[in-house]
Each structure stands twice: as structure tokens, then as C-alpha cells.
Design a protein around this ligand. Structure first.
Ligand SMILES: NC(=O)c1ccc[n+]([C@@H]2O[C@H](COP(=O)([O-])OP(=O)(O)OC[C@H]3O[C@@H](n4cnc5c(N)ncnc54)[C@H](OP(=O)(O)O)[C@@H]3O)[C@@H](O)[C@H]2O)c1
Length: 258
């Protein structure tokens, strides 16, 4: 695994929004980014889990966390506008988004794939990142060096039978990332990339592979050097990159030195 130890306050003054912050990789990102000085806007579905995380982070880092519970399956356009409005009111700019929220849905052949799972997974894994990014682009553009990170998956890069809407949504998130990165490349300092965490010890992994020994997969904490690096000064020229935590090596994604 990639190793990176930035200065403890390197995210001080940065405002970062994390979706899926109530569990798994998003929750670990919240705890780690708070340790390095970021102010956090945390989105999750379960208010109870978010409040427990709030207490945990605020005990060591007071005035760090702003909670915004939201269910992406039922969220309306007005809900995204209200979030953008409260971010505009509370924060001068938004320095980054980590789109970590994800829903696995059914594992079934397309012929028998449940329609309700299709809608829920596409809403959560694709429509929500689109709506959030679109409504928050003005706040991201006000930052000098904002980062947008879409969490992807190996089934969003090579299709696999029975992964249904989940795999399709991850293919689409790669398309959203590339389209937006291309649009912003010459007009904005916002950097847009996708990152596949790879198998990680979370509830989603347990649901996808119930027979697997959870300890065979890395804990979310082990991925954090990659996430931290992707919000550092050193990575500010990385854009439109399709990356993996497992084989992460900055030289693969940094443009050649001129
Ligand atoms: N873990 C892996 O092995 C693995 C591998 C490849 C890619 N990924 C990707 O990495 C990301 C994080 O996965 P994870 O393993 O951390 O998943 P996880 O432990 O299952 O956590 C998922 C998070 O998404 C939130 N969420 C789910 N549905 C939502 C909805 N409708 N509205 C709002 N929030 C919702 C959950 O909120 P609540 O807890 O409040 O319900 C939770 O915070 C996902 O995008 C996933 O596709 C994971």
C-alpha cells in the first residue's frame, strides 16, 4: 500500500464535503481528514450514525463538523439547492467533495433484476453525485484548488455478471468524471478524478461477499494515505485520472515535469 505522511495541519482552512460519512470508507475519511485540520460537511442517511460520528470527532476537534443527513433515494432538486444555499451561507468556499456514498443493491441477472433496486442504486450512486456536484460547482470554483473525487469500483471498469445497477452506476460515474474533468480542464482549477478503493473491510464488502473472511481485506484506515495525497499540494496537477488504491503510485498520474 502507498505510504504518505503529510504535516498534521495540512488541511487546515479547507472545507471538505464527504458523502457516505456515516459508515465504511466515508466515515474513515471524515475521521482522518478532521485529524489533519479540515472542516467537514458530512452527509449520510442515518442521523443516529452521523450524530455518533459528530460526537467522536468533535471531542478531539471542536467546531469541525457540520452534519447534513440526506437520503439520496428520495432527495429532490430542492434538497440539493437547500444544501448548496447552506454551504454558501456557512462557508466561503468548498475545497473538495469525496463522493463515497454507495448502495450495492441486488446481485442478480439483468433479466430478473428488481426494478426498485435499479432506481435506488442509480439514484444513490449516480444521480446524487451528479446533483451534488452540479449544485456545488459554484462553491468549488470559489476555492483556489478544489478536488472532486468519485469512488468507483473494478466492476465499473470491467463488467461482471450479476452486478446489475451497481456495476452500471460505476461505469457511469467514470463517464461523469471524465466529462466534467474535460469541461473544467481549461476553465477552472477544480480537479476531477475517480478512485477505486478495491476490496475493503466494510458492510458493503461483507454484503457482497458473505462467505469471505473480513480480515482478508484492508481496513479503511489503510487507504487513507491515498486519499490524503489526493488532497495535497503535490497532487494538484492530477486530473481526469482513473486510479486504484491498491496499486497507487503518483508517478502514474502526474503529468510529466516540463
Ligand atoms: N468496500 C469495498 O470493498 C468497496 C470496493 C469498491 C468500491 N467501493 C465503493 O466505495 C464507496 C464506499 O463504500 P463502503 O464500503 O464504505 O460502503 P458502506 O460501508 O456500505 O457505506 C455506505 C455509505 O453510503 C451511505 N448511503 C447508502 N445509501 C445511501 C442513500 N440512499 N442516501 C445517502 N447515503 C447513502 C451509507 O449511509 P447509512 O450508513 O447512513 O445508510 C453509508 O454511509 C462506495 O461508493 C462503494 O461503491 C467499496
Amino acid at each position: 500500500m502507498f505510504s504518505y505522511t503529510p504535516p498534521t495541519d495540512f488541511l487546515s482552512g479547507k472545507n471538505i464535503l464527504i458523502t457516505g460519512a456515516s459508515d465504511g470508507i466515508g466515515k474513515q475519511c471524515a475521521k482522518t481528514f478532521a485529524q489533519f485540520g479540515a472542516k467537514l460537511i458530512l452527509i449520510g442517511r442515518s442521523q443516529e450514525k452521523l450524530e455518533a460520528l459528530f460526537d467522536e470527532i468533535e471531542a478531539d476537534h471542536p467546531d469541525t463538523v457540520y452534519l447534513h443527513p440526506m437520503d439520496f433515494i428520495t432527495a429532490s432538486a430542492d434538497d440539493y439547492s437547500e444544501l448548496a444555499h447552506s454551504i454558501d451561507t456557512e462557508f466561503s468556499a468548498l475545497d473538495g467533495i469525496i463522493h463515497s456514498a454507495g448502495l450495492l443493491g441486488a446481485r442478480a441477472p439483468i433479466e430478473h433484476y428488481p426494478n426498485s433496486d435499479w432506481s435506488a442504486v442509480i439514484q444513490t450512486n449516480l444521480t446524487a453525485p451528479f446533483m451534488l456536484t452540479k449544485s456545488l460547482l459554484p462553491a468549488l470554483t470559489r476555492a483556489t484548488d478544489a478536488r472532486l473525487l468519485f469512488l468507483s469500483s473494478s466492476v465499473g471498469r470491467e463488467a461482471r455478471a450479476y452486478w446489475g445497477a451497481y456495476g452500471v452506476s460505476k461505469y457511469a460515474i467514470e463517464g461523469l468524471m471524465q466529462t466534467l474533468a474535460d469541461e473544467l480542464e481549461n476553465t477552472s482549477s477544480v480537479k476531477v478524478n475517480s478512485l477505486n478503493p478495491g476490496g475493503t473491510r466494510t458492510n458493503m464488502r461483507r454484503d457482497a461477499y458473505p462467505a469471505e473472511d473480513p480480515n482478508s481485506q484492508p481496513h479503511p484506515e489503510e487507504l487513507m494515505p491515498v486519499f490524503l495525497y489526493l488532497f495535497s499540494e503535490e497532487s494538484k496537477t492530477i486530473c481526469k485520472a482513473t486510479m486504484n488504491c491498491r496499486d497507487f503510485e503518483p508517478g502514474k498520474y502526474l503529468p510529466p515535469a516540463s
